[in-house]
Ligand binder design. Structure first.
Ligand code: NAD
Length: 490
């Protein structure tokens, strides 16, 4: 095992250079499968905030003056180059946040496709329109970048959220500062260094530190022109308050309590796979789109519960995240572990009936190696409930804990699906195309998946309704329109 003295020290990447925090302070990054420190990251300060904003502002005029073709060339080169570092980056992410390494090939492919999509979109981000205003005047619009875009990342998906924010912001001609979560910064610090080797100095910068310190200071900084944050609603509120000091536009990609709805005519084998994958084997439920409310039509309710229980018991293989055979890893931090355990306790107190799980570890969950005994392991847990009003049905738990409840009609399914403050994703399982289309229209969420779950694509928008956020990380969100009118002398 690694000792404290051997911990690798990662650094900020500012203005084309690796840099320690000005104070020299660091914090430990914890490996969730063992609960032990495995790397050190800079604990940046206000002084570093000034440095990074200055660097990004100074790089902006030259970067924004490039033609769309030139910017596209840079992004395409990143897409080509990043494949060479897939394994290194995804390994860092797995050690840092505990997501199983089995997802690495999909993650690497998704990242590459975003860089290529952003390269292709460069022109779209700079195209305006012309308007004939009258016999002697012509109007047109210019699309221009904002300036410095700040990307604030969550711990559950650092590489992917880094990519969608940086790629489209750069494509539109902005320079970028990335602030990863203090709980999982290592992959982002290394990613920034790799990308920075391809881009001009100052165009892309990465700075780590505490959200309440440097996150808040970056948001409030007058040199930052737009903020795109992925995280919780509580942090979104803090960001809105901080950004009010120098009002600036924001994109928020927030949490969810997504319904996964199974109708009696569905292919039940596929639906069970979809239910399991949507919550338990999807980063142990630590995914914004987690299908944490399973709604099942009354006529197949008990049969489906039996199938889900059986599938959890026999197919989920929780274990060492670095083992390719593992399908579920640990929770990503001690805080997460404590929070999820308290929700399980609450579920029991609220009258939820535990169908399976609920314990720390468990026979099919706790890896048998002694080094994992301090890790943050929780069994896949399913509660049978009768009412959607329980707190475990309304609040985002963000772990391997789901509720299952019955419905009779499509109207009732849609009403339960919409009965939360969130609106991020929804799954619908049916063979009836008309029913599928009716449900798509009835469900209030930014994404609806039929006979599949959580499918996203670089050329489809991804965003939330209601308290799941607003805006999407797309090129048009990262440029603004200027209206120009010219009067022609006759
Ligand atoms: P979080 O809100 O705790 O932290 C997110 C980021 O905000 C971190 O980098 C943190 O350091 C920073 N931050 C904290 N306080 C700040 C402040 N005052 N000012 C500026 N920045 C601050 O979220 P998390 O726990 O890292 O991530 C989990 C949440 O993210 C869940 O709610 C999940 O649903 C959501 N999420 C949403 C999506 C999506 O696309 N909709 C994707 C992934 C995760």
């Amino acid at each position: 095992m690694t000792t404290k003295q051997e911990l690798k020290q990662y650094q900020n990447f500012i203005n084309g250079k690796l840099m320690a925090a000005s104070s020299g302070n660091t914090m430990d990054s914890i490996e969730p499968s063992t609960g032990e420190a495995w790397a050190k990251i800079p604990l940046s300060t206000q002084e570093d905030v000034e440095k990074v904003v200055t660097a990004a502002r100074q790089a902006f005029p030259a970067w924004s003056a490039l033609s769309a073709e030139e910017r596209s060339g840079y992004l395409r080169r990143i897409g080509d180059a990043i494949s060479l570092h897939d394994e290194e980056l995804t390994t860092l992410e797995t050690r840092d946040n505990g997501e199983v390494i089995a997802v690495a090939p999909y993650l690497a492919e998704a990242i590459k496709s975003v860089w290529y999509d952003a390269a292709g979109a460069c022109k779209e981000g700079s195209q305006g329109k012309t308007v004939q205003m009258g016999p002697t005047s012509i109007g047109y619009t210019l699309r221009e970048p904002f300036g410095v875009v700040l990307g604030i990342l969550p711990w559950n998906a650092p590489l992917f959220t880094f990519t969608i924010k940086a790629a489209y912001a750069l494509a539109a001609g902005n320079t970028v500062i990335i602030k990863p979560s203090q709980q999982a910064s290592v992959s982002s610090l290394r990613y920034g260094e790799l990308l920075g080797g391809i881009l001009p100095s100052g165009v892309l910068n990465v700075i780590s530190g505490l959200g309440r310190d440097i996150g808040d200071a970056l948001v409030a900084h007058p040199g930052v022109s737009k903020v795109s944050m992925t995280g919780s609603g509580t942090t979104a509120g803090s960001i809105l308050r901080a950004s009010a000091r120098h009002p600036k536009p924001t994109i928020f990609e927030l949490g969810g309590k997504s319904p996964n709805i199974v109708f009696e005519d569905a292919d039940l084998d596929k639906a069970v796979d979809g239910v399991i994958h949507a919550i338990y084997t999807s980063n142990a439920g630590q995914r914004c789109t987690a299908g944490s409310r399973i709604l099942i039509q009354q006529s197949i309710f008990e049969e489906m519960i039996d199938r889900i229980r059986e599938r959890i018991k026999n197919t989920i293989k929780a274990g060492d995240p670095m083992d390719l055979a593992s399908t579920m890893g640990p929770l990503s931090s001690l805080d997460q572990y404590v929070k999820i355990r308290s929700y399980i306790k609450l579920g029991v107190e609220e009258g939820g009936e535990i169908v399976c799980g609920g314990r720390h570890g468990g026979e099919n969950v706790l890896p048998d190696k002694p080094e994992f005994s301090g890790g943050y392991w929780v069994e896949p847990t399913l509660f049978k409930v009768n009412s959607n009003t329980l707190r475990i049905c309304q609040e985002e738990i963000f772990g391997p804990v789901a509720v299952v409840m019955p419905f009779e009609t499509e109207e009732e399914a849609a009403a339960i699906a919409n009965d939360t403050c969130f609106g991020l994703g929804a799954g619908v399982w049916t063979r009836d195309l008309n029913l599928a289309h009716r449900m798509i229209r009835k469900i209030e969420s930014g994404n609806v998946w039929v006979n599949t779950y959580s499918r996203v694509g670089a050329d489809l928008p991804f965003g939330g309704f209601k308290e799941s956020g607003y805006g999407t990380d797309s090129i048009l969100e990262y440029s603004r329109e200027k209206a120009c009118v010219i009067e022609i002398e006759e």
